[in-house]
Write a protein that binds this ligand. Structure first.
Ligand code: MLT
Length: 403
């Protein structure tokens, strides 16, 4: 028998969303009295923007003709998409990001999970709590932690996000880490970080030589103009931050698969001997070795997000989900549950008034509504429940009427 990577044995037996799906399947088998409404995993429900569908169809037709057929594309993404991203998502917002600093991929989950491969096996990592489980589990797989005890892995530094700090942890002054994961608008809490809060993180990272792994998968939900969409809106971030973005929630691409990671050329890490190394070159090496690019039709569909029609259609799509989020939050607050999120975010994070998994089971079995238990995102999530606004307005209205 082959030797296994025993770090995998430290992991909780199932990934949070698989456990939620298992419980829902088990309940479904009992023939519930009415349709189950899914406000659990943040999976989009509304059709792709027409501009994306048309662009994808045109690209598929091109692949069907000898004269326009294409085989492998550039692993980093086609120039047409990287240039559109650099122009619209960064330069238009005053961020100094070039097309060749953008790596197109098939998902921010994969990229946030894979990026840790570039760090030393004994790199010190900080994560928020509650946290998107991918950041934690991939570091466990890589052997950067000890065993889990009481829901936390030895060797990871958990940054508590709670009511007291408005679910935005402060930089751990006086402590040194190699990397910290930040996610704003946050998954799971829906909290957003102000410019001053992000500036404090960048200043801390520059002071202590840490890398910020900034997950901005939900930036398209920001409607408050004072809230930054990108870490690169903060001066000095280029040298210390990598940013992950996705078309999944921005344009309904969860099934279509397209995302990108920004690695500025002057974002540096160091060898044990203290020699500076550019992460751009390392990520490029990894990406070209392990990934063969996103399909041409999908990249054309993603490019169409930046056309005037695409922009209007995506905005309308997100406006719909934001209206759902507002309705969910209003209903929960009217029932006496304190909430965060639901503004500038598709997630509403509500105080349950009971343990998270009890609330999950009660909502599932009593109201036929699927949510995500806060405790599944970390110790600080206990007592909370996450509602996702990804559904049709009619379905969300029905779910709220059931409460
Ligand atoms: C979530 O529900 O947290 C998201 O769907 C996770 C993801 O995007 O992978």
């Amino acid at each position: 028998m082959a030797l296994v990577n025993e770090n995998y044995l430290k992991l909780q037996s199932s990934y949070l969303f698989s456990e939620v799906a298992r419980r829902v399947r088990e309940y479904e088998a009992t023939k519930p009295p009415r349709k189950i409404i899914r406000l659990g995993i943040g999976d989009v429900t509304e059709p792709l923007p027409a501009a994306c569908v048309e662009a994808m169809a045109r690209a598929v037709a091109e692949l069907g003709r000898r004269e326009t057929f294409r085989g492998y594309g550039p692993e980093q993404g086609y120039a047409f998409l990287r240039e559109a991203i650099a122009e619209h998502d960064f330069k238009a917002h005053g961020c100094d990001i070039e097309a060749d600093e953008i790596f197109v991929s098939d998902g921010a989950k994969c990229d946030t999970g894979n990026f840790q491969e570039l760090l030393a096996a004994d790199a010190k990592i900080a994560v928020p709590d509650p946290v998107y489980p991918v950041y934690v589990d991939t570091n466990v797989m890589a052997g950067r932690t000890g065993a889990a005890e009481d829901g936390r892995y030895a060797g990871l530094r958990y940054l508590e996000s709670n009511k007291e700090n408005g679910f935005v942890p402060e930089p751990p002054r006086g402590e040194r880490f190699d990397a910290v994961y930040l996610c704003f608008p946050n998954n799971p809490t829906g909290a957003t970080a102000t410019r001053a809060q992000l500036a404090a993180w960048v200043e801390w990272a520059r002071d202590c030589g840490a890398l910020i792994l900034f997950d901005a998968a939900y930036e398209a939900f920001i409607r408050n103009e004072a809230i930054p969409h990108s870490i690169y809106e903060i001066e000095g971030a280029r040298e210390v931050a990598v940013e992950f973005r996705s078309f999944s929630k921005t344009a309904g691409f969860t099934g279509t698969r397209c995302a990108f990671t920004v690695v500025p050329k002057n974002c540096m890490a160091r060898t044990a001997a203290g020699e500076a190394v550019a992460l751009h070159g390392l990520w490029n090496r990894r990406h070209t070795t392990k990934f063969n690019g996103v399909s041409y039709p999908v990249q054309r569909a993603a490019e169409a997000v930046y056309s005037p029609e695409g922009q209007a259609q995506c905005r309308a799509l997100i406006d719909g989900y934001l209206a759902n989020a507002k309705a969910i939050r209003a209903k929960l607050e009217s029932l006496g549950h304190a909430c965060v999120g639901g503004e500038n975010s598709p997630y509403v994070w509500a105080q349950a008034g009971e343990p998270s998994w009890d609330a999950f089971d009660r909502l599932l079995r009593g109201h036929q509504i699927v949510t995500t238990p806060g405790a599944g995102f970390g110790r600080c999530g206990e007592g909370y429940i996450r509602f996702s606004a990804f559904n049709s307005p009619e379905t969300v209205a029905e779910a709220m009427a059931r409460l």
